[in-house]
Design a binder for this molecule. Structure first.
Ligand SMILES: *Cc1c(COP(=O)(O)O)cnc(C)c1O
Length: 431
């Protein structure tokens, strides 16, 4: 027995599962190299943005109170704008999460009588309450903002004639979700998003195109802001926070739009000028600096998971060979027991709370029970190794993250082991 094999055994991985993992990993060398090259490119992009904006030691100072002249905060926003090639950015701990960032962007731009259009089908679950698809206090619907959605074609891509028909005089903003989220449609490449934006702008250049960029940052060499998006929006406890940001969200885009978002976030008249950074700046900068590498590790984990579960006979989205446009890996396990065992395995691999056992639970913002596996340094952080499974058909689990590839690998092997141990996966399928 090699020392490596022994170490895995100490962590509860049987010889059979370990050997299976080694066999699958060997075939992925070329894919992994491609991810490393993207990370290298994006690392240089971030470094360039930091150098250009003269990031310096004073950027890490603790600022409290109103936060006037919070130099660290203002410089970080310039760094994001440079890295994403936008005119401006809002990057704040006062933006509490991705949903908040998206709700902020929507409510900053839309006015009573305006219409919001999603040309990519149903948005992320938590957005349903923001928009008012599911009745909710404070939704856009309560403010007289209407919503239209164009369903996707069979292949998961855009129904251009229907999108054209859906545009009307009241359409003010189009929201495009890059990642599949809790669905089994494809996540979209930046190139495809660019085509969709060009189609809309050719018909109505005045429409604001916003991209929900959650889970997409640094997966490719370009971002939706490079292909015509007026605003891109995301969470700092996903890719761009690099695992270090303890909270936060960002909106990057056109100066005029970012200004509106700032007035909505704080107050008319105050805008970007207030909002002290309260000592989180070091983690925001350092997290952004690490984000390309961390995202790369998460991508390796996702592709490894896809190939492992494909080999075991499950349907995986994306499949083991497809190109990647976000860090999420969906695995259709087909039964509640499968979803639960998978998540218990991921939990058992965690550096934090590895000894607890997750159970399905009703979560705010979701319309079914959800089981969540996360043993994270930052609560709920999904750039850290995590898995979520809504307990409803098709009983798919959504796996993402891993601050390091090695941890992601252990997590996936643990999930296989847990499924074997629970008897939801037969021994003879692990070959
Ligand atoms: C995670 C996510 C959100 C919401 O972000 P939270 O930080 O969980 O509020 C929105 N859209 C997509 C596509 C996401 O993946």
């Amino acid at each position: 027995m090699t020392d490596m094999e022994k170490m895995y055994q100490e962590l509860g991985i049987s010889k059979k599962v370990w050997e299976f993992g080694e066999k699958v990993e060997k075939k992925l060398a070329e894919r992994f190299q491609e991810f490393d090259r993207t990370a290298e490119y994006n690392q240089l992009k971030v470094l360039h943005a930091m150098q250009k904006n003269k990031v310096n030691e004073a950027c890490f100072n603790y600022v409290s109170g109103y936060g006037y002249n919070d130099m660290g905060r203002d410089t970080l926003e310039a760094v994001y704008a440079s890295a994403f090639h936008t005119e401006a950015a809002l990057v704040r701990p006062q933006i509490t999460c991705g949903t908040h960032a998206l709700a902020l962007a929507l409510s900053a731009i839309l006015r009573p009588g305006d219409e919001l259009l999603s040309p990519v089908g149903k948005p992320y679950d938590t957005l349903e309450e923001v928009i008012g698809i599911r009745q909710s206090k404070g939704s856009l619907a309560e403010y007289g903002i209407t919503y239209k959605q164009v369903e996707l074609l069979e292949d998961g891509y855009f129904d251009y004639p229907a999108i054209e028909r859906a545009l009307n005089d009241r359409t003010k903003l189009v929201t495009i979700q890059r990642s599949k989220g809790y669905q089994t449609r494809p996540s979209y490449s930046v190139e495809k998003i660019g085509e969709l934006i060009a189609f809309i702008k050719a018909r109505r250049p005045d429409i604001i195109c916003m991209v929900d960029n959650c889970y997409g940052e640094f997966v490719e060499r370009i971002e939706p802001s490079d292909v015509g998006a007026d605003m891109i929006v995301g969470s700092l406890i996903k890719n761009p926070g690099g695992g270090l940001a303890p909270i936060g969200g960002y909106i990057a885009g056109k100066e005029e739009l970012i200004e509106s978002c700032a007035y909505r976030l704080t107050s008319p008249g105050l805008g970007r000028e207030v909002g002290a950074s309260l000592g989180v700046m070091t983690s925001f900068y350092q997290g952004f600096f690490l984000a390309p590498t961390v995202t790369c590790g998460a991508l390796k984990g996702a592709v490894f998971a896809a190939n492992i579960y494909e080999q075991l006979g499950y349907t995986v989205v994306p499949d083991g060979k497809e190109s990647r446009h976000d860090i999420i890996q969906a695995v259709k396990l087909g039964t509640p027991e499968g979803v639960i065992a998978f998540c218990k395995g991921i939990q058992a691999a965690a550096p934090v709370d590895s000894y607890v056992s997750p159970e399905p639970w009703a979560m705010p913002g979701y319309d079914s029970d959800v089981i969540m596996a996360a043993g994270a340094f930052v609560q709920g952080s999904s750039i850290e190794l995590s898995a979520d499974g809504p307990i409803k058909p098709p009983y798919a689990v959504y796996f993402q993250g891993g601050l390091t590839w090695y941890h992601a690998k252990l997590g996936i092997l643990k999930s296989v082991q847990a499924m074997l141990d629970a008897g939801v996966l037969e021994e003879d399928r692990v070959v």
